[in-house]
Ligand binder design. Structure first.
Ligand code: CP
Length: 307
Protein backbone atom coordinates (compact mmCIF):
# COMPACT_ATOMS: atom_id res chain seq x y z
CA UNK A 1 0.00 0.00 0.00
CA UNK A 2 2.34 2.77 -1.13
CA UNK A 3 1.26 6.41 -0.98
CA UNK A 4 1.09 7.99 -4.43
CA UNK A 5 2.43 11.50 -3.82
CA UNK A 6 6.13 11.90 -3.04
CA UNK A 7 5.60 14.23 -0.08
CA UNK A 8 3.03 14.68 2.68
CA UNK A 9 2.89 18.42 3.24
CA UNK A 10 -0.85 19.14 3.34
CA UNK A 11 -3.28 16.48 4.57
CA UNK A 12 -4.96 16.72 1.17
CA UNK A 13 -1.80 15.23 -0.35
CA UNK A 14 -3.46 11.97 0.73
CA UNK A 15 -6.65 10.84 -0.98
CA UNK A 16 -9.54 9.87 1.30
CA UNK A 17 -8.84 6.26 0.35
CA UNK A 18 -5.20 6.66 1.40
CA UNK A 19 -6.26 8.24 4.71
CA UNK A 20 -8.36 5.14 5.44
CA UNK A 21 -5.40 2.92 4.48
CA UNK A 22 -3.13 4.83 6.91
CA UNK A 23 -5.71 4.41 9.69
CA UNK A 24 -6.06 0.71 8.95
CA UNK A 25 -2.27 0.24 8.92
CA UNK A 26 -2.03 2.22 12.19
CA UNK A 27 -4.42 -0.23 13.83
CA UNK A 28 -2.11 -3.07 12.72
CA UNK A 29 0.81 -1.15 14.23
CA UNK A 30 -1.07 -0.82 17.52
CA UNK A 31 -1.22 -4.61 17.68
CA UNK A 32 2.54 -4.76 17.17
CA UNK A 33 3.03 -2.13 19.89
CA UNK A 34 0.86 -4.13 22.28
CA UNK A 35 2.98 -7.25 21.83
CA UNK A 36 6.12 -8.27 23.71
CA UNK A 37 8.46 -7.14 20.90
CA UNK A 38 7.72 -3.71 19.44
CA UNK A 39 10.21 -4.22 16.60
CA UNK A 40 8.63 -4.65 13.17
CA UNK A 41 11.72 -4.15 11.03
CA UNK A 42 10.24 -3.60 7.59
CA UNK A 43 12.34 -0.48 7.01
CA UNK A 44 15.69 -2.16 7.61
CA UNK A 45 18.22 -0.53 5.28
CA UNK A 46 16.19 2.70 5.05
CA UNK A 47 17.10 5.98 6.70
CA UNK A 48 15.01 8.75 8.25
CA UNK A 49 16.14 12.25 9.23
CA UNK A 50 14.08 14.16 11.81
CA UNK A 51 14.79 17.85 11.26
CA UNK A 52 13.09 20.01 13.88
CA UNK A 53 13.40 23.80 13.74
CA UNK A 54 10.78 24.17 16.49
CA UNK A 55 10.28 22.53 19.87
CA UNK A 56 8.34 19.29 20.08
CA UNK A 57 7.85 16.47 22.55
CA UNK A 58 5.09 14.28 21.09
CA UNK A 59 5.73 14.52 17.35
CA UNK A 60 9.49 14.30 17.47
CA UNK A 61 9.75 11.44 19.94
CA UNK A 62 7.02 9.43 18.21
CA UNK A 63 8.66 9.82 14.79
CA UNK A 64 11.96 8.71 16.34
CA UNK A 65 10.40 5.67 18.01
CA UNK A 66 8.40 4.90 14.87
CA UNK A 67 11.49 4.85 12.66
CA UNK A 68 13.48 2.78 15.15
CA UNK A 69 10.71 0.23 15.78
CA UNK A 70 10.47 -0.21 12.00
CA UNK A 71 14.21 -0.91 11.81
CA UNK A 72 15.24 2.26 9.95
CA UNK A 73 18.39 4.22 10.78
CA UNK A 74 17.14 7.44 12.37
CA UNK A 75 19.14 10.64 12.71
CA UNK A 76 17.73 13.53 14.74
CA UNK A 77 18.94 17.00 13.87
CA UNK A 78 18.39 19.57 16.56
CA UNK A 79 18.70 22.88 14.72
CA UNK A 80 19.87 24.66 17.87
CA UNK A 81 23.06 22.58 17.76
CA UNK A 82 23.42 22.33 13.96
CA UNK A 83 24.94 24.56 11.29
CA UNK A 84 21.58 26.37 11.10
CA UNK A 85 22.95 28.33 14.07
CA UNK A 86 25.86 29.44 11.86
CA UNK A 87 23.39 30.93 9.42
CA UNK A 88 22.92 28.05 6.98
CA UNK A 89 19.79 28.55 4.89
CA UNK A 90 17.04 25.96 4.52
CA UNK A 91 18.03 25.46 0.88
CA UNK A 92 21.67 24.76 1.79
CA UNK A 93 20.61 22.50 4.64
CA UNK A 94 18.40 20.62 2.17
CA UNK A 95 21.21 20.28 -0.39
CA UNK A 96 23.55 19.03 2.35
CA UNK A 97 21.09 16.46 3.70
CA UNK A 98 20.29 15.31 0.16
CA UNK A 99 23.93 14.23 -0.23
CA UNK A 100 23.48 11.92 2.78
CA UNK A 101 20.84 10.04 0.76
CA UNK A 102 18.06 9.70 3.35
CA UNK A 103 14.85 7.98 2.27
CA UNK A 104 12.54 10.17 4.34
CA UNK A 105 12.98 13.61 5.92
CA UNK A 106 10.50 14.58 8.64
CA UNK A 107 10.59 18.33 9.26
CA UNK A 108 8.97 20.80 11.64
CA UNK A 109 9.49 24.45 10.74
CA UNK A 110 8.12 27.75 12.01
CA UNK A 111 7.49 29.11 8.52
CA UNK A 112 4.36 28.09 6.62
CA UNK A 113 5.45 26.69 3.26
CA UNK A 114 9.03 25.78 4.30
CA UNK A 115 8.41 22.16 3.28
CA UNK A 116 7.92 23.08 -0.36
CA UNK A 117 11.45 24.51 -0.37
CA UNK A 118 12.86 21.38 1.29
CA UNK A 119 10.95 19.03 -1.01
CA UNK A 120 12.22 20.85 -4.11
CA UNK A 121 15.85 20.26 -3.14
CA UNK A 122 15.86 16.66 -1.88
CA UNK A 123 15.19 13.27 -3.44
CA UNK A 124 13.90 11.99 -0.09
CA UNK A 125 10.19 11.92 0.62
CA UNK A 126 9.25 14.78 2.94
CA UNK A 127 6.75 14.51 5.79
CA UNK A 128 5.44 17.69 7.39
CA UNK A 129 5.61 17.52 11.19
CA UNK A 130 4.12 21.02 11.43
CA UNK A 131 4.79 24.25 9.54
CA UNK A 132 3.89 27.60 11.06
CA UNK A 133 0.13 28.06 11.19
CA UNK A 134 -0.34 26.05 8.00
CA UNK A 135 -0.55 22.25 8.43
CA UNK A 136 0.12 19.38 10.84
CA UNK A 137 -1.10 16.40 8.80
CA UNK A 138 0.10 13.63 11.12
CA UNK A 139 -1.72 15.25 14.05
CA UNK A 140 -4.92 15.17 11.99
CA UNK A 141 -4.35 11.50 11.14
CA UNK A 142 -3.94 10.55 14.80
CA UNK A 143 -7.00 12.61 15.68
CA UNK A 144 -8.98 10.79 12.98
CA UNK A 145 -7.80 7.41 14.28
CA UNK A 146 -8.83 8.32 17.84
CA UNK A 147 -12.30 9.41 16.73
CA UNK A 148 -12.81 6.37 14.49
CA UNK A 149 -11.82 4.03 17.34
CA UNK A 150 -14.47 5.55 19.60
CA UNK A 151 -17.24 6.44 17.17
CA UNK A 152 -16.79 3.95 14.32
CA UNK A 153 -16.78 6.68 11.69
CA UNK A 154 -16.94 10.47 11.33
CA UNK A 155 -20.06 10.47 9.16
CA UNK A 156 -22.52 13.05 10.53
CA UNK A 157 -20.59 13.79 13.74
CA UNK A 158 -20.68 17.32 15.19
CA UNK A 159 -17.11 18.35 15.95
CA UNK A 160 -16.23 21.62 17.66
CA UNK A 161 -12.68 22.98 17.40
CA UNK A 162 -12.19 25.70 20.00
CA UNK A 163 -9.32 28.05 20.79
CA UNK A 164 -6.52 29.83 18.99
CA UNK A 165 -7.67 28.94 15.46
CA UNK A 166 -5.68 31.82 13.94
CA UNK A 167 -2.30 30.29 14.80
CA UNK A 168 -3.32 26.64 14.66
CA UNK A 169 -1.90 24.30 12.03
CA UNK A 170 -3.74 21.50 13.86
CA UNK A 171 -7.08 23.22 13.23
CA UNK A 172 -6.36 23.63 9.51
CA UNK A 173 -5.42 19.96 9.05
CA UNK A 174 -8.24 18.73 11.30
CA UNK A 175 -10.91 20.76 9.51
CA UNK A 176 -9.87 19.31 6.18
CA UNK A 177 -9.67 15.73 7.46
CA UNK A 178 -12.84 15.78 9.57
CA UNK A 179 -14.90 17.17 6.70
CA UNK A 180 -13.34 14.83 4.13
CA UNK A 181 -14.52 11.90 6.28
CA UNK A 182 -18.06 13.29 6.66
CA UNK A 183 -18.15 15.31 9.92
CA UNK A 184 -19.76 18.72 10.45
CA UNK A 185 -17.21 21.10 11.96
CA UNK A 186 -17.72 24.25 14.02
CA UNK A 187 -14.81 26.60 14.67
CA UNK A 188 -14.92 28.77 17.77
CA UNK A 189 -12.49 31.46 18.95
CA UNK A 190 -12.48 35.04 20.13
CA UNK A 191 -12.79 37.31 17.06
CA UNK A 192 -9.09 38.26 17.38
CA UNK A 193 -8.04 34.60 17.21
CA UNK A 194 -10.27 33.61 14.26
CA UNK A 195 -8.74 33.85 10.76
CA UNK A 196 -10.58 36.36 8.58
CA UNK A 197 -11.13 33.66 5.95
CA UNK A 198 -12.26 30.96 8.40
CA UNK A 199 -15.60 30.47 6.62
CA UNK A 200 -13.70 29.48 3.46
CA UNK A 201 -12.53 26.35 5.28
CA UNK A 202 -16.12 25.13 4.91
CA UNK A 203 -16.84 24.97 8.65
CA UNK A 204 -19.43 26.87 10.67
CA UNK A 205 -17.88 29.80 12.55
CA UNK A 206 -19.01 31.09 15.94
CA UNK A 207 -17.56 33.28 18.68
CA UNK A 208 -19.82 31.75 21.34
CA UNK A 209 -18.39 28.66 23.00
CA UNK A 210 -21.67 27.42 24.48
CA UNK A 211 -23.13 27.41 20.96
CA UNK A 212 -20.07 25.58 19.59
CA UNK A 213 -20.11 22.73 22.11
CA UNK A 214 -23.89 22.25 22.30
CA UNK A 215 -24.68 18.66 21.17
CA UNK A 216 -21.08 18.10 20.10
CA UNK A 217 -19.86 14.53 19.59
CA UNK A 218 -16.24 15.62 19.81
CA UNK A 219 -14.59 18.77 21.17
CA UNK A 220 -11.02 19.56 20.14
CA UNK A 221 -9.50 22.17 22.44
CA UNK A 222 -6.49 24.17 21.23
CA UNK A 223 -3.67 25.78 23.15
CA UNK A 224 -3.23 29.55 23.03
CA UNK A 225 0.00 29.90 21.10
CA UNK A 226 1.53 32.77 23.02
CA UNK A 227 4.80 32.23 21.15
CA UNK A 228 3.13 33.13 17.83
CA UNK A 229 0.87 35.99 18.80
CA UNK A 230 1.15 39.69 19.47
CA UNK A 231 0.17 41.03 22.89
CA UNK A 232 -3.38 42.13 23.46
CA UNK A 233 -5.31 39.55 21.43
CA UNK A 234 -7.52 38.94 24.46
CA UNK A 235 -7.90 40.93 27.70
CA UNK A 236 -6.52 38.41 30.20
CA UNK A 237 -5.95 34.68 30.68
CA UNK A 238 -8.70 34.68 33.35
CA UNK A 239 -11.20 36.20 30.94
CA UNK A 240 -10.13 33.82 28.14
CA UNK A 241 -10.66 30.82 30.43
CA UNK A 242 -14.11 32.11 31.42
CA UNK A 243 -15.33 32.62 27.84
CA UNK A 244 -13.38 30.01 25.86
CA UNK A 245 -12.20 27.43 28.41
CA UNK A 246 -13.68 23.94 28.64
CA UNK A 247 -14.88 23.20 32.16
CA UNK A 248 -17.15 20.46 33.53
CA UNK A 249 -20.25 22.67 33.42
CA UNK A 250 -19.76 23.65 29.79
CA UNK A 251 -19.01 20.04 28.82
CA UNK A 252 -22.54 19.12 29.97
CA UNK A 253 -23.88 21.05 26.95
CA UNK A 254 -22.29 18.46 24.65
CA UNK A 255 -23.62 14.93 24.09
CA UNK A 256 -23.07 12.69 27.14
CA UNK A 257 -20.55 10.56 25.25
CA UNK A 258 -18.71 13.53 23.76
CA UNK A 259 -14.95 12.99 23.40
CA UNK A 260 -12.61 15.68 24.69
CA UNK A 261 -9.44 15.99 22.63
CA UNK A 262 -6.37 18.22 22.74
CA UNK A 263 -3.23 17.95 20.60
CA UNK A 264 -1.05 19.02 23.53
CA UNK A 265 0.80 20.58 25.14
CA UNK A 266 -2.04 21.59 27.47
CA UNK A 267 -2.34 24.84 29.38
CA UNK A 268 -4.29 23.50 32.37
CA UNK A 269 -6.62 26.10 33.78
CA UNK A 270 -6.53 28.16 30.57
CA UNK A 271 -8.23 26.41 27.62
CA UNK A 272 -9.17 23.33 29.68
CA UNK A 273 -9.59 22.65 33.39
CA UNK A 274 -7.55 19.88 35.00
CA UNK A 275 -10.83 18.19 35.95
CA UNK A 276 -11.88 17.88 32.28
CA UNK A 277 -8.37 17.09 30.99
CA UNK A 278 -8.11 14.21 33.44
CA UNK A 279 -11.79 13.25 33.23
CA UNK A 280 -13.53 10.17 31.80
CA UNK A 281 -14.36 11.84 28.48
CA UNK A 282 -10.80 12.97 27.74
CA UNK A 283 -8.85 10.89 25.21
CA UNK A 284 -5.74 13.06 25.20
CA UNK A 285 -3.35 10.28 26.22
CA UNK A 286 -4.87 7.94 23.64
CA UNK A 287 -4.11 10.61 21.04
CA UNK A 288 -0.44 10.48 22.00
CA UNK A 289 -0.32 6.68 21.72
CA UNK A 290 -2.17 6.79 18.40
CA UNK A 291 0.42 9.30 17.19
CA UNK A 292 3.10 6.63 17.45
CA UNK A 293 0.98 4.08 15.56
CA UNK A 294 0.02 6.56 12.83
CA UNK A 295 3.64 7.61 12.31
CA UNK A 296 4.74 3.97 12.12
CA UNK A 297 2.01 3.39 9.54
CA UNK A 298 3.00 6.41 7.51
CA UNK A 299 6.74 5.69 7.55
CA UNK A 300 6.06 2.10 6.54
CA UNK A 301 3.86 3.24 3.64
CA UNK A 302 6.26 5.99 2.53
CA UNK A 303 9.42 3.96 3.02
CA UNK A 304 9.44 2.89 -0.60
CA UNK A 305 9.61 5.14 -3.65
CA UNK A 306 6.54 7.19 -4.63
CA UNK A 307 4.37 5.56 -7.31
N1 CP B 1 0.77 17.97 19.18
C1 CP B 1 2.07 18.29 18.98
O1 CP B 1 2.47 18.59 17.86
O2 CP B 1 2.84 18.24 20.09
P1 CP B 1 4.42 18.51 20.11
O3 CP B 1 4.60 20.00 19.82
O4 CP B 1 4.89 18.14 21.48
O5 CP B 1 5.04 17.70 19.03
Amino acid sequence: MPIAKKDLIHLSDLSVDEIWQVLSKAREMKQVLAGPDKKYPILRGKSVINLFYENSTRTRSSFEFAGKYLGADVVNINTSSSSVMKGESLKDTALTLDRLNPDIIVMRHGASGAHEILAKHVKARVINAGDGAHQHPTQALLDLLTIVEHKGSLEGLNIAIVGDILHSRVARSDVWGFQALGAKVTLCAPPTLMPSRAAQLGAKVTYNMDEAVKDADVIVMLRIQLERQKAGMFPSIREYAAFYGLNAQRLKLAKPDCLVMHPGPINRGVEITAEVADGMQAVIEEQVHNGLAVRMALLSMMGGAAE
